[in-house]
Write a protein that binds this ligand. Sequence first.
Ligand SMILES: Nc1ncnc2c1ncn2[C@@H]1O[C@H](COP(=O)(O)OP(=O)(O)O)[C@@H](O)[C@H]1O
Ligand SMILES: [Mg+2]
Length: 265
Amino acid sequence: MRLASLGADVSFANIVVPTVDLVRLTSLADVLISQRRHVLFVGGAGTGKTAMVKEYLRNIEDNMMSATINMNYYTDSYSIQQQLEQPIDKRSGKTYGPPVAKKLIYFVDDLNMAQVETYGTQTPIELIRQHMDYSHWYDIGKLNLKTVIKCQYVSAMNPTAGSFLINPRLQRWFTAFGISAPNEASILTIFSTFLNGHFETYGFEKKITDLTEDIIKGTLAIHNAVAGTFRKVSERSVRAFWKTSILAMKCAKWLQTQWLHPLLS
Ligand SMILES: Nc1ncnc2c1ncn2[C@@H]1O[C@H](COP(=O)(O)OP(=O)(O)O)[C@@H](O)[C@H]1O
Ligand SMILES: [Mg+2]
C-alpha cells in the first residue's frame, strides 16, 4: 500500500498510515471488489472506515473509477438518485453506465444515516437495493426504466448511529467486515509516522527525535487515565490535538508547550 510522503505541503487529512488491520482489511476487500462483489465496513465512529476506503479508492486501477456519496439524515431517494446519476451516461437505448472501458465503484459512506420514515423504510437505501436486485431504476421525470450497468457498491456504516440496522434485503448483498477501534500498536504506528515525518521535515535534533515513542505513549497514558476518570465527551480530542498541533511545532520549546498545553488546560 502506498503511503503519502510526509512534507510540509501535505495535508494530514490525506495521509493514511498503513496499520496491520488496515492492510489486512484492504487486501481482503480488494479481492472481493475485483470480483465485482459489494463490500460493507461496519464499525464505530473514528475507527478509520472512511479514511481506509478513500485511500483504497485513490489507488484503484485505471479501468475503474469511483464516486463518493455521503449519506445524512436528509438524503432521500430523489437526492441520492441525482448523485448516483452524476458519473454515468447513456450507453445505448435504455442502458446507462460509466464511460466505456470503465467500471464504477460507488462509495456510499454512512449508509444507515438516512431518516427512517413512518413505515420503517429508508428511501435512499431502498433505491440502492432496487439497483442491486434488478440493475435498474426509473427516470423520475419521464418514468422510463433505466438499466444501469457496470456499477458496484462499497459502503461504510456505524451501527451505533442513524438507524442502527439496515434493511436485511440490502445487507444480504454485501460482504460485511467489522472494524474495531485501533489498538495501541496501531495508534503508536499512526502517530509515530506523523511525528517522525514532522521531525524529519524540520530537522529536529536527535535527542528530540529519540523521544517520539515516549511522547506518544505518555500522551496515550494520560488520555486513557482521563477517559477512564471522566464522562465520555469526545474520544477524538487527542487525535485532534495531534493533527492540528504537530504542524505548528518548529522547535523543542514548541514541542514542550504543545505537549503540555492540552494537558494543563
Ligand atoms: N490509518 C490511519 N492513518 C492516519 N489517519 C487515520 C488512520 N485511520 C484513521 N485516521 C484518521 O482518524 C480520523 C477518523 O477516521 P475516519 O475515517 O473519519 O473514521 P470513521 O469513518 O470510521 O468515523 C480521520 O481524521 C482519519 O484521517
Ligand atoms: Mg466515516
